[in-house]
Design a protein around this ligand. Sequence first.
Ligand SMILES: NC(=O)c1ccc[n+]([C@@H]2O[C@H](COP(=O)([O-])OP(=O)(O)OC[C@H]3O[C@@H](n4cnc5c(N)ncnc54)[C@H](OP(=O)(O)O)[C@@H]3O)[C@@H](O)[C@H]2O)c1
Length: 306
Amino acid sequence: MHILLTGGTGLIGRALCRHWQAGGHRLSVWSRSPQQVATLCGPQVRGIGELHELDGEPLDAVVNLAGAPIADRPWTRARRELLWDSRVRLTERLIHWLARREQRPSLLLSGSAVGWYGNGGDRELTEDCPPAAEDFASRLCGAWEDAARQAEALGMRVALLRTGLVLARDGGLLSRLLPLFRLGLGGRQGSGRQWMPWIHLDDQVALIDHLLQRPQASGPYNACAPEPVRNAEFVRALGRCLHRPAFLAVPAVALRLGLGELSGLLLGGQRALPARLLADGFDFRFSDPEAALADLLSARPAPANS
Ligand SMILES: NC(=O)c1ccc[n+]([C@@H]2O[C@H](COP(=O)([O-])OP(=O)(O)OC[C@H]3O[C@@H](n4cnc5c(N)ncnc54)[C@H](OP(=O)(O)O)[C@@H]3O)[C@@H](O)[C@H]2O)c1
């Protein structure tokens, strides 16, 4: 298959490139730094700076993961604009280009997040649930999904990845938490009662591949492990894996003062369940967060992109 990725140089994208290169697929990555793509994603992966570079080349699928990091800094007006532009408007550009193509790929797999549901409290959230609350992140995910769904009118199958917190060896949430936890300064955020839908990177890659291969898979999929945990439980598991105490707590008020509305991502959560993937027979390798953390923190070296 010839697969085009946006966000292919990111945490999930690089892992997908490794997996699909090994499977013999042909990969193109639309990137702001196309010259870096082969180094980041693998020597056989082609970087393109403009979509028209693929005009006239048959394409089987598009995986759309690009987006500026959402939890890195407070959501000022300029930051919100960038978060929106790098997801919603980028997806709209992608759709306009697809609409102009003579040959269209049959599938668009497009990013979203469990944040689509807003803060869900203790309610179990499956894909048939409406949003539980509205905030900037839920509006962003909603607009991102709506933009991607426009590909349905082009005759394409569209599957949406409502992704939880991706646990990986290098990058993502763990790389932000580990320095503090290793110093024994780790702990829960606020009350620690908020739910944390999480997923091991290997399962994220496997489920995206599963959705690529299943001709009937379309619509939203919660991309998170079958057993979400509360924040306090997650930090205890991380502390145990690192043999470090994790008793501290960052007060909710400090997070609200320091981060503004972004604090809602840390203090709220979703008890999201991957109902559609489970119904489809997808087999999660990691459903216990402690086993996932132990695997990621073990001495096994990170795979190289070669
Ligand atoms: N990782 C998670 O825990 C998680 C959870 C839920 C949802 N998601 C979503 O899933 C997607 C992939 O996640 P990830 O962790 O792999 O992301 P990532 O590592 O942050 O990479 C995202 C990619 O997006 C592109 N990008 C960044 N800023 C951009 C901008 N201003 N304009 C256009 N493109 C930009 C970059 O590609 P180039 O530099 O090559 O252009 C980057 O490699 C993201 O959109 C994210 O919101 C991730």
